[in-house]
Design a protein around this ligand. Structure first.
Ligand SMILES: Nc1ncnc2c1ncn2[C@@H]1O[C@H](COP(=O)(O)OP(=O)(O)OP(=O)(O)O)[C@@H](O)[C@H]1O
Length: 363
C-alpha cells in the first residue's frame, strides 16, 4: 500500500449554472484521517467528494493531495480512488476481473493483475468467492468487492460516497466496524460522505458538517458534540436545545439573552464577546434536571407536552418561558423516582457549563 496523504481544499467552489452548490470552502484533512462529510440532503457533500475524486470539475479554488495540486488532473492520475454508493460492479465479470478492472485499463499484464486482485480479495476475506459474479453475493460481500476494487490502485486517499446506505441496519453496523478497521490497518486517508449523524460519530476522526454549501464545523466528534460551533450544528447533531433571544448582557465570556415574551437565559463561551444584538445558546438535553434553578438564567418552569419512554432513558418535552419543545433526557432511574405526566408544570434547570453561546457563520 502507498502512503497516506493530506488533502488540502483551498477556497473551493462548485457552481452548476445558476446554483452554487459549494461556497469557497477550505479544509485540511490530515494524512491517515477518517473524515466524514456530514449534512442534510443538498448541502454539497457529494459535490465536494466528486471534486476531490476528479469526477466533477472545480469551479474556483484548488485541491492538493500530499505535495501535488490535483485540481486539473484526471481521476486515475490523482492518487485517489472512489467507492460508489451503488458499488458499480460489472454483473458479467467474476470477482477477480471486477477487482482487476482498473489495472487492465492501465495496461497491466494479465497474470500480474489477477495476482494483485487475488491479494485484494484475500484482504477482504473474499478469496473463496473469486470465481463468482456479483449477483451471487450478499450486500455486505458486494460492498467488500467494491472496496477491493477501489483499493487495488494503491490510493493515498479513499473516497466513499454513502458506502453503507444500501445495507440493512444490522449489516450497516457490522460493515461500519469493518470500514473503520480497514482504514486503521491501511493507514490511508478516508473521506466518507454520509447523512447519518450516528455513522459519522462512530467512524470519524474529523466530522465536517456542511450546510447550504458551507462548512459549519470541522472537528473531532467529541468536540462537535460537546461544543457545537453554530445553531445549525447543535440542531443537526441533536442532543442540544437551541434557545434564541435578544442579548441583554454581554460580559467577558458570559452572555444573557431574553427570549421574546419569555424568560432570560445565561450562557458562556468565547463567542459571547462579539454578540450584541441577538444570540443563540445551546443547552445539553442530557444535563437538564427536574429541579428549580440555582441561579437566574439557568432554568425555567414549563408545562410537559410529551413523555417518551426509551428504555434506559425518558425524553420529556416541555414548553415555557417563550421556549417551545425544550427537551430533557432523564435517566430511567431519575424519571421513575419522581415521575411526571403530560400537562404537569415542572421546573427545569442546568449548570452554567451546560449552556453554551453558539457562534455564527460569517457569509
Ligand atoms: N449536476 C448538477 N447540476 C445542477 N445542480 C446540481 C448538480 N449536482 C448537484 N446539484 C445541486 O447542488 C447542490 C448540492 O448537491 P450535492 O449532491 O453535492 O449535495 P449532497 O449534500 O451530496 O446531497 P445528497 O445527500 O442528497 O446526495 C444541490 O442543490 C443540488 O441540487
Amino acid at each position: 500500500m502507498s502512503k497516506a496523504a493530506e488533502i488540502d481544499i483551498v477556497s473551493v467552489s462548485k457552481i452548476y449554472g445558476s446554483t452554487t452548490a459549494v461556497h469557497e470552502i477550505s479544509l485540511k484533512i490530515p494524512a491517515g484521517t477518517y473524515c466524514c462529510l456530514l449534512g442534510p440532503s443538498g448541502c454539497g457533500k457529494t459535490s465536494t467528494l466528486r471534486m476531490i475524486a476528479g469526477h466533477e470539475s472545480i469551479s474556483t479554488g484548488d485541491i492538493r493531495l500530499g505535495n501535488s495540486v490535483i485540481t486539473d488532473l484526471p481521476p486515475a492520475r490523482r492518487g485517489t480512488a472512489m467507492m460508489f454508493q451503488s458499488y458499480a460492479l460489472f454483473p458479467h465479470l467474476d470477482l477477480v476481473d471486477n477487482v482487476a478492472f482498473s489495472l487492465k485499463m492501465k495496461g497491466v499484464e494479465k497474470d500480474e493483475r489477477r495476482a494483485k486482485a487475488m491479494d485484494m480479495l484475500r484482504l477482504m476475506q473474499l478469496e473463496a468467492y473469486a470465481t463468482r459474479r456479483p449477483a451471487q453475493l450478499s450486500g455486505g460481500q458486494q460492498q467488500r468487492v467494491a472496496l477491493a476494487r477501489a483499493l487495488i490502485t494503491d490510493p493515498e486517499a479513499l473516497l466513499l460516497d454513502e458506502p453503507l446506505s444500501a445495507l440493512d441496519p444490522f449489516l450497516k453496523i457490522r460493515m461500519r466496524a469493518e470500514l473503520k478497521k480497514l482504514q486503521t490497518s491501511l493507514g490511508i486517508t478516508f473521506v466518507h460522505v454520509t447523512h447519518s449523524q450516528e455513522e459519522a460519530m462512530a467512524l470519524a476522526d474529523i466530522i465536517v458538517i456542511m450546510n447550504d454549501g458551507r462548512i459549519e464545523q470541522a472537528a473531532h466528534p467529541r468536540v462537535v458534540f460537546e461544543k457545537p460551533a453554530t445553531a445549525f450544528v447543535a440542531k443537526f447533531m441533536g442532543d442540544h436545545n437551541v434557545i434564541s433571544g435578544r442579548v441583554t448582557k454581554s460580559e467577558g465570556d458570559e452572555l444573557m439573552i431574553s427570549v421574546p415574551a419569555g424568560g432570560d437565559f445565561l450562557a458562556i463561551g468565547a463567542e459571547a464577546a462579539g454578540l450584541t444584538d441577538t444570540a443563540d445558546i445551546a443547552v445539553r438535553t442530557d444535563h437538564v434536571r427536574v429541579a428549580p434553578a440555582a441561579e437566574k438564567g439557568l432554568g425555567f418552569t414549563g408545562s410537559v407536552s410529551n413523555v417518551e419512554y426509551r428504555g434506559s432513558s425518558v425524553k420529556l418535552t416541555v414548553n415555557g418561558a417563550g421556549v417551545e419543545d425544550f427537551t430533557a433526557i432523564l435517566s430511567d432511574k431519575d424519571f421513575f423516582a419522581n415521575p411526571v405526566k403530560v400537562g404537569d408544570a415542572i421546573p427545569l434547570s442546568w449548570e452554567r457549563e451546560d449552556a453554551l453561546v453558539l457562534g455564527r457563520l460569517k457569509h
